[in-house]
Design a protein around this ligand. Structure first.
Ligand code: T1G
Length: 675
């Protein structure tokens, strides 16, 4: 079934792709485009060609689902070269997001016209790849090396206006007449010669640009293979003829597509989307209408949660018990928006628009107008039960009642209402207006439409949501616990905070367990009794070593919050080694990985077996988006597949851990967690 239709307007041939949902350049699309180009070549009555797409976007890239399968001709590189070699002008009519292979098709066209809302990009690097259809060769020639480096090595699309300024787009069309404007443009340039052939344009560049770019982005690219490969390729081929450069590109692409990092990043691309599917609930279930959101608590979490909805244009009623706390919370929300505006990521009008949707109040009953109410009060079951008991009395029928609890039992909270079917957990990660992960905790009685509505709301507020079952810590924090516990034990047995954190940072985490504790606050969850010192954390907290906010935690911090190993912490650790009589031994980096990361996989296997996560890839999504697990390792369960269950079982048994039955089964059968 051809997904490319051809039509004529005068002497312009129009090739239109209709391959929902994103016009991915699958085999049928490529074959249809090739046939269209051949038709144009063979018909003198055709003076110019327009390539356009139906639906929501111009080609959003190669069809990623075809990777790993036998490739059907024409390959994308073959197709783009055929477009460029037509000998008649080809105009790309761009709307939506022209990404990856879509951008490369556009680059092979002689002209490009786009609507102002369009975006153009080379996101292959986010899949652990490099552009494999001439993008690394044509983009530097059309838009300059520096913009090409930015676009290809970072993978973020640019708006049509910026593309036009860079010469990547020749003309802007009106939003509602792209095709007509494109055909008119084609008519204008039908006889223009010589044709602007991207691959024949020279590349001029100051060689110093490359190292400067590497240096400027060293932290961002740390551990990733694809960005380095892209920079090296553009540097190496900047002065070479297109034919040579595109060969080098092909080699680079083939190397990366076989890499574990690319497999991991493609896994996460699909895993993130799969997480939004809820087993047993129809995609077309009727959702509850969420017109106004209520947030209880204007502290850090309540404020951050509110911002997600305000930024999505949803009115928020935020409730506090004290005016001072309400004012402080409201001021913090405004301050955060103004900081975003100061970085140019929001306009002052957008700040006012968001703030205009916020209704701060001390009147708890005002929540009666809300369709979704999220409590972000103190993490105590008694407090939460009291709040839900009060909500039960004033919330409108059908309102969704959500708890932002990080650990507590949603079923127990739901039982404090007469409507457990309307209760769900919405576990935001701090800072709630920044972290993309949202754990949607499904209570035993949570109604299907409540769950589906929560998933739809999470998409609206641009979160990556994962459904979790009711267990202590749900998915992410439940796996964090064995990691933190083992890290503390390793301190007692001879390791230092610096060594343990280094191992984790070298693994690819943004920070290690102790750096994270200092950032979040050593006093989080502390019983606050300085006379009760039962472990190293108590000792630090008792001395006011609460982390970065006190310039002292597991590390000492200077005024710029630069950490340094703390002699005082070393003393405290030594004291506890003596006090507990813990046998000391030389601890290797490998032991740290086995005891802090393999134990996480073990917990993940238990979570899966208990049905607390729908699928292994959901666990991966939680750790990528909630804790910064390096995306090039694909998440804990994908990483376990690459390590091999056998090796993990052996590592756990070496240290006397109980191996989760599902993990042992995977090891015995040689199976993967992610199919
Ligand atoms: N191939 C196959 N399926 C794709 C796809 C693609 N390129 N892009 C999206 N989908 C599916 C997606 O899995 C989901 O499926 C549905 O479309 C809607 O996607 C040679 C080698 C375009 C910005 O990396 O960034 O070109 O879950 O939920 O939020 O150099 O999709 O419904 O079954 O994300 O509106 C480069 C990836 C490929 C772009 C739209 N291109 N896609 O976002 O919808 S490599 C990309 C996106 C390449 C060449 C190289 C986004 C989007 P399902 P969605 P959205």
């Amino acid at each position: 079934m051809s997904v490319i239709t051809t039509s004529r307007q005068g002497d312009v041939l129009i090739l239109t792709s209709d391959n929902p949902p994103v016009n991915a350049l699958g085999a049928a699309v490529r074959q249809g485009l090739q046939a269209g180009i051949e038709e144009a070549a063979g018909d003198d009555a055709i003076k110019a060609v327009v390539i356009a797409c139906a639906g929501k976007t111009f080609f959003a890239g190669a069809d990623i689902t075809e990777f790993g399968k036998a490739m059907q001709e024409p390959s994308l590189p073959t197709l783009v070269d055929a477009i460029e070699a037509l000998g008649k002008p080809v105009v790309a009519a761009i709307h939506g997001t022209a990404l990856g292979g879509g951008c490369e098709v556009a680059l092979a066209c002689h002209y490009r016209i786009a609507v102002p809302s369009a975006k153009i990009g080379l996101p292959e690097v986010k899949l652990g790849l490099l552009p494999g259809a001439g993008g690394t060769q044509r983009l530097p020639r059309v838009a300059g090396v520096e913009l090409a480096l930015e676009m290809a090595a970072k993978g973020d699309p640019i708006p049509a206006s910026k593309a036009k300024a860079a010469g990547l787009v020749d003309r802007l069309a009106s939003e509602d007449s792209l095709l007509a404007d494109a055909v008119a443009f084609a008519g204008e340039i039908a006889d223009a010669r010589p044709l602007p052939i991207a691959s024949e344009k020279p590349v001029t560049v100051d060689p110093a640009v490359f190292d400067a770019f590497r240096k400027a982005n060293a932290k961002r690219f740390r551990g990733f293979e694809a960005p380095a490969a892209i920079i090296d390729l553009i540097e190496k081929t900047a002065g070479t003829p297109y034919a040579e450069g595109v060969q080098a590109e092909r080699m680079g692409f083939m190397k990366l597509i076989m890499s574990v990092q690319s497999a991991a990043q493609r896994h996460i691309f699909f895993a993130e989307r799969k997480a939004s599917k809820i087993d047993g609930i129809a995609d077309d279930i009727a959702l509850r209408d969420i017109k106004r959101v209520g947030v209880i608590g204007a502290g850090t979490m309540g404020g951050g949660i509110s911002m997600n909805f305000l930024s999505a244009g949803v009115p928020v009623t935020i409730v506090e018990m004290q005016q001072e706390a309400l004012d402080r919370g409201t001021a913090t929300i405004r301050k955060n928006y103004e900081a975003t505006a100061a970085k140019g990521r929001m306009t002052p009008e957008q700040v006012e628009q968001a703030m205009g949707l916020l209704s701060p109040t001390l009147d708890f009953d005002a929540l009666g107008e809300c369709d979704l109410i999220i409590e972000a009060v103190y993490e105590s079951m008694d407090v939460k039960k009291d709040v839900f008991g009060r909500l039960d009395k004033i919330a409108k029928a059908g309102a969704i009642l959500a708890s932002n609890t990080s650990y507590l039992n949603i079923d127990e909270i739901a039982a404090s209402t007469s409507r457990p079917q309307d209760v769900v957990g919405l576990h935001f990660f701090s800072p709630a207006n920044v972290m993309k992960l949202l754990e949607i905790v499904r209570g035993a009685k949570t109604a299907d439409d409540v769950l589906a509505t929560a998933m739809a709301v999470s998409k609206k507020i641009k979160k990556v949501a994962v459904v979790a079952g009711v267990c202590y810590g749900f998915i992410g924090n439940r796996m964090l616990m064995p990691r933190q516990m083992e890290a503390m034990k390793l301190l007692l047995e001879g390791a230092t905070p610096e060594q343990i954190d280094r191992v984790h940072v070298e693994f690819g985490m943004p920070m290690g367990p102790f750096q994270m504790s200092d950032l979040a606050g050593v006093d989080i969850g502390w019983h606050r009794d300085p006379t009760r010192i039962e472990n190293i954390r108590d000792a630090l907290a008792a001395e006011g070593r609460w982390g970065q906010k006190k310039s002292a935690g597991f590390y000492d911090y200077d005024e710029k919050r630069n950490p340094s190993p703390s002699p005082r912490v070393a003393e405290i650790i030594e004291e506890f080694r003596q006090k507990t009589g813990t046998p000391q031994h030389a601890i290797t980096d490998e032991e740290i990985v086995e005891r802090t990361l393999y134990t996480m996989v073990n917990e993940g296997a238990l979570i899966l077996a208990e049905g607390m996560a729908q699928r292994a890839s959901d666990i991966d999504v939680v750790w990528i988006y909630g804790y910064g697990w390096p995306v090039y390792r694909g998440g804990p369960m994908f990483w376990a597949d690459t390590e091999g269950a056998k090796k993990i079982v052996a590592g756990l048994e070496k240290h006397g851990f109980d191996v989760a039955p599902l993990l042992r089964e995977k090891a015995e059968k040689g199976e993967r967690f992610n199919k």
